[in-house]
Design a protein around this ligand. Structure first.
Ligand code: PMP
Length: 373
């Protein structure tokens, strides 16, 4: 452990990694457990990496309670890659329904359109084109023939989160739900009974960029379009245990350490994912309360749709933005600038953000308001 505190990093991704994990990675960098090799120097087919890979998959399955009829794939391509890879595998060239709730689902719809007949089942933009609310699933216009329905369960840029997954069956649809959970995976439990496929880039809640996690129900394998690249064909990847091509080995190793960190995490009398989820609930409540109680700052997302992970906020006097960011940096509060399409600020408070980081941000908000209010 380092003795001086590192700054608190509010980056939306690539994002903060638990310090304990970084310390372990540093300690094992030159010689992983007496092997004489760094993990990045190991053959992906060797027994050392084989053990790392197996443990990572087992721990992820255990943490998220992934059912036995789902295959876990460690892939490359990132979230935007999956926007193409999912329709290439699931659409059969037919109908795809997309629920647009923000910037990322809108992008997903655009990419899927290259391979499938896409219909926007719902678009929750307001008159200014902003995303500040979620539409009720009962209002979605779902097509009977849809091969799948795409939902982004946490909109990283706009700061909206589904706190309950839609139950498509209850809405009369047999289509599998495909979710982009890139920016809240492992921040909470996941109801697999409502999901056919979940994907997530690793660089927010898990570890280094370059790794993409996919969990796909077995019956959805084997329907890829002929133009689908072999390395992105879920069935091929599954049959080869994510070793059809060289997987992002170092990122899988770090992800595995993060999974172990979550497994032993303790908070409020809970352990593991339940503890992480509780701390995420508490961190988000603290920050939203501070914003709602302020006359200088505001969050504009409808309370029931607010993300626990990404909290966009605005200064009512935008001329103070630069001062705010400079003062934040001076206090060791990094990467708070909002996405350019939304403006203002955004605090991403993923799993690795300690409660102390949110407390430090809240106390800065109060001090800044006292100075400028
Ligand atoms: N989906 C979501 C929800 C995201 O937050 C992001 C990245 N911010 C992406 C997709 C795109 O990921 P990538 O840059 O890895 O393609």
């Amino acid at each position: 452990m380092t003795s001086t505190r590192r700054p608190f990093n509010f980056s939306p991704g690539p994002a903060a990694v638990p310090e304990e994990v970084l310390t372990q990675v540093a300690a094992e960098m030159l010689d992983w457990q007496g092997s004489g090799m760094s993990v990045m120097e190991m053959s992906h087919r060797g027994k050392e990496f084989g053990a790392i890979h197996e443990a990572a998959e087992r721990d992820l399955r255990e943490l998220l309670q992934v059912p036995a009829n789902f295959r876990i794939l460690f892939m490359q391509g990132g979230g935007l890659g999956e926007n193409a890879i999912v329709p290439l595998n699931l659409s059969r060239g037919g109908a795809v329904d997309v629920v647009v709730t923000g910037a990322w689902s809108r992008k997903s719809a655009g990419e899927a359109r290259r391979y499938a007949d896409v219909k926007i089942a719902s678009d929750s933009a307001n008159a200014d084109g902003r995303y500040q609310t979620l539409t009720a699933p009962a209002s979605w216009q779902l097509r009977r023939e849809a091969s799948y329905v795409h939902v982004c369960t946490n909109e990283t840029i706009d700061g909206l989160e589904f706190h309950q997954l839609p139950d498509l069956k209850a809405l009369g649809s047999d289509a599998p739900l495909a979710i982009d959970c890139s920016s809240h995976i492992l921040s909470r439990s996941l109801d697999w009974s409502r999901v056919g496929l979940a994907f997530a880039g690793a660089q927010k809640n898990i570890g280094p960029a370059g790794l993409t996690l996919v969990a796909v129900r077995e019956d959805l394998l084997g329907h890829a379009l002929p133009i689908c690249p072999s390395a992105f064909n879920y069935q091929t990847v599954a049959e080869n245990h994510s070793m059809f091509n060289t997987p992002p080995t170092f990122a899988i190793y770090v992800a595995g350490l993060v999974f172990q960190w979550i497994k032993r995490f303790q908070y409020a009398g809970k352990t593991g994912l339940a503890a992480i989820e509780q701390r995420n609930i508490d961190k988000a409540a603290l920050l939203y309360q501070a914003l709602d109680g302020s006359s200088l700052f505001e969050n504009r997302v409808a309370p029931e749709a607010r993300s626990r992970m990404n909290v966009p906020f605005f200064l009512r006097d935008e001329r103070l933005n630069d001062d705010f960011l400079a003062g934040a940096k001076a206090r060791g509060l990094l990467q708070l600038k909002g996405h350019k399409s939304v403006g203002g600020m955004r605090a991403s408070i993923y799993n690795a953000m300690p409660m102390e980081g949110v407390q430090a941000l809240v106390s800065y908000l109060k001090d800044f308001e006292t100075q400028h209010g």
